[in-house]
Design a protein around this ligand. Structure first.
Ligand SMILES: Nc1nc2c(c(=O)[nH]1)N[C@H]1C(S)=C(S)[C@@H](COP(=O)(O)O)O[C@H]1N2
Ligand SMILES: [Mo]
Length: 515
C-alpha cells in the first residue's frame, strides 16, 4: 500500500470512529428520552467533571464564558468524545477488537458516572450501555467494510462496490446519530412536563406583602431596576441540566440533630401562609463591579418556623441544606433561627413560582449570606448538624464554610462600552450591605474629592439601594470610583482581594470616554 493510500485509510478509519462515537451519543440520548430522562451519559460525565475540576478551572470558565460556562463544558466534552472515538477507529483498523474495547471502557465509565449521580435511577445504566453497544457494533461494521474496500485492487469492480458500501453505511450511521441525538434533546426539552406543571401552578396570595416605599426606585436611564426581572436574574449552580422536581411529589425532610424528624409537602408550605420578603442575592464569585447579584421579591415561609417543627437539639450549630442533585450548603443555625433575620424557604420569585433554573419548586433564601452557603435551589433536605461534623459542597473546594456577604457597590452607568457625550449626565448604580443596610455612597471623579451620591429610599436592610450623582461631563477620559458605607459605619474596603475563599473586596474604578 502506498504511503498516500495508507494515510487516506487511516483518515477514513478516524472518520468511521468519529461517526461511531456519534452513534454512541445519539443512541444513548434516544434511550434516555424513552427510559430514564436524567441518565444521558454526556450530561452525567459533564456533571462528574464539574464536581472534580479544580477551583481555578471553574473560576476561569465562569470568567470567560459567564452563564455559558456549561455550554462550553458540553461542547468541549463533545469534541473530546469525537477525538477519542476517532482514535478508537484508527486502533480498530490497526487491530480488530482494540477500538471496540475502547468503546466498552467508555461505556463502563459513562455507566459509573451516571449511577453515581445524586438521585440516580437504578436503570440509569441503560442509555450509556445501549449507546456503547450500538457504537461498538457500528465501529466494527464500518472498519470491516473499510478493510474490505482498501484491500481491493485499486480500480477493480470489487473496490467500487466496497467503497460504496462503506460510504453508504457511514453516511446512514452519521445521519441516524444526528437525528437521534438532536431529536431526542429537542424532544426531551419539548415534553419536559415540569415547565407545564410550573405554568399551571397558582401561588397563594401573600399573607403579608412587601412594602415598597415611595422613592425606592430612582429614575435614571441605565441604572439596574430595583427588582431584577426573573429572566435577567443571574444564574449560578453546578447543575448541568436543570433538575425536574414536581411539587406534587416534592418532600422536604428535616432531620439530623432534631427531636423529631419532619417531612413536609409543598401543600404544607402553602398552608403555612407564605409572605413576601425583599432580599438581594449575591454570589461569592461576584467580582467588584460584577453582575452576579440581583434583587427579588420572594414569597416564602420563615425557615425558623420549619425548624421549630423538628426542634433542633442543643449542640447543633449548622444546617446542611441539600438539593435533589446533591449540592449542599452549610448555613449557621442561628442565621436561620434569629428573629431578626428573614431566612425563608421560597416558593415564589417576583410574583411567579420560582423559575425552573432558580430552584423550582422550593429554594432557600437567607439575607446576608453568599448563595453558596445559603441559597440551595431544588431543596430536598435540611439536616441539622455541626460545622465539625459536616462539610458543604464548596468547603473542600477552597471556599470558606461560613461566608457573610461583603458590603459592596457598583457603577451601572456610564459604562466603558457606551459612548457618552459632554454635558449634564448622571453617574448611578446600586450598593448593598444585606442585614445592615447602606448609609451612604460616595463617588470620586478623576481622583478628586469623594462626593455624596443621592440614595433611593431603602426597602429594608436586606435589599440593595440605588444611588445617583449629577455630573457635568466634559470631553475626554475620566476615571470614576465608587465606595459605600454601611449603617454600622463600615466603609467598603479599598484593598482588592480575590473572590476565594470568601468574597471579593475593593472599589470599582471605571474609565469613561466623553465625546
Ligand atoms: N442546588 C443548587 N443550589 C444552589 C447552587 C448550586 O450549585 N446548586 N449554587 C448556589 C450559588 S453559588 C448561588 S450564588 C445561588 C445563585 O442563585 P440563582 O442562580 O438563583 O441566582 O444559588 C445557590 N444555590
Ligand atoms: Mo454563588
Amino acid at each position: 500500500m502506498s504511503a498516500k493510500k495508507r494515510i487516506g485509510t487511516i483518515a477514513l478509519a478516524a472518520l468511521a470512529g468519529a461517526v461511531s462515537g456519534g452513534v454512541f451519543l445519539g443512541a444513548a440520548e434516544l434511550v434516555a428520552l424513552l427510559t430514564v430522562r436524567d441518565a444521558s451519559p454526556i450530561v452525567a460525565v459533564g456533571s462528574f467533571v464539574i464536581d472534580i475540576v479544580p477551583r481555578w478551572a471553574k473560576e476561569l470558565a465562569i470568567e470567560l464564558f459567564g452563564s455559558n460556562d456549561k455550554l462550553f463544558l458540553l461542547a468541549s466534552l463533545g469534541v473530546a468524545v469525537f477525538v477519542a472515538a476517532a482514535v478508537a477507529g484508527v486502533l480498530e483498523l490497526w487491530r480488530r477488537g482494540v477500538g471496540v474495547a475502547l468503546f466498552a471502557v467508555a461505556g463502563v465509565a459513562a455507566v459509573v458516572a451516571t449511577l453515581t449521580r445524586a438521585g440516580a435511577s437504578p436503570f440509569g445504566f441503560l442509555p450509556s450501555a445501549v449507546g456503547a453497544v450500538a457504537g461498538a457494533i457500528v465501529l466494527r461494521l464500518l472498519i470491516g467494510r473499510l478493510r474490505a474496500w482498501r484491500g481491493d485492487t485499486a480500480g477493480s469492480d470489487a473496490a467500487g462496490v466496497d467503497r460504496r458500501r462503506f460510504l453508504v453505511l457511514t453516511s446512514v450511521a452519521a445521519a441516524g446519530a444526528l437525528v437521534a441525538g438532536v431529536g431526542s434533546r429537542l424532544g426531551s426539552a419539548a415534553t419536559s412536563s415540569i415547565a407545564a406543571v410550573r405554568s399551571a401552578l397558582r401561588l397563594p396570595a401573600p399573607a403579608s406583602r412587601l412594602t415598597v416605599p415611595a422613592g425606592a426606585e430612582l429614575d435614571v436611564p441605565g441604572i439596574s431596576p430595583l427588582f431584577t426581572p426573573n429572566t435577567d436574574f443571574y444564574r449560578v449552580d453546578t447543575a448541568l441540566t436543570v433538575p425536574s422536581v414536581d411539587p406534587a411529589t416534592w418532600r422536604l425532610t428535616i432531620d439530623g440533630m432534631v427531636e423529631k424528624r419532619v417531612e413536609l409537602s409543598f401543600q404544607d408550605l402553602v398552608d403555612m401562609r407564605p409572605s413576601e420578603y425583599g432580599v438581594t442575592l449575591t454570589c461569592v464569585s461576584n467580582e467588584v463591579g460584577g453582575n452576579l447579584v440581583g434583587n427579588a421579591r420572594w414569597l416564602g415561609v420563615p425557615v425558623r418556623d420549619i425548624l421549630a417543627l423538628a426542634r433542633p437539639r442543643r449542640g447543633a450549630d449548622m444546617v446542611l441544606s441539600r438539593s435533589v442533585d446533591g449540592f449542599t450548603a452549610s448555613t449557621p443555625l442561628d442565621a436561620l433561627t434569629d428573629d431578626g433575620r428573614d431566612a425563608i424557604l421560597a416558593i415564589g420569585m417576583n410574583g411567579e413560582p420560582l423559575p425552573l433554573e432558580h430552584g423550582f419548586p422550593v429554594r432557600m433564601v437567607v439575607p446576608g449570606l453568599y448563595g453558596y452557603v445559603s441559597a440551595t435551589k431544588w431543596l430536598t433536605e435540611l439536616k441539622v448538624t455541626t460545622f465539625a461534623a459536616d462539610q458543604a459542597y464548596w468547603t473542600p473546594r477552597g471556599y470558606s464554610a461560613k461566608a457573610p456577604i461583603k458590603l459592596s457597590s457598583r457603577i451601572d452607568t456610564p459604562r466603558v462600552d457606551k459612548p457618552l457625550s459632554a454635558g449634564p449626565t448622571k453617574i448611578a448604580g446600586v450598593a448593598w450591605a444585606q442585614t445592615v443596610g447602606i448609609r451612604s455612597v460616595e463617588v470620586r471623579i478623576d481622583g478628586g474629592d469623594w462626593q455624596q451620591a443621592k440614595l433611593s429610599t431603602p426597602i429594608n436592610a436586606d435589599t440593595w439601594v440605588q444611588w445617583s450623582l449629577d455630573w457635568n461631563a466634559t470631553a475626554g477620559s475620566h476615571t470614576l470610583a465608587v465606595r459605600a458605607t454601611d449603617r454600622a459605619g463600615r466603609v467598603q474596603e479599598q484593598k482588592r482581594t480575590p473572590i476565594a475563599p470568601d468574597g471579593s473586596t475593593g472599589w470599582q474604578q471605571t474609565l469613561v470616554r466623553v465625546a
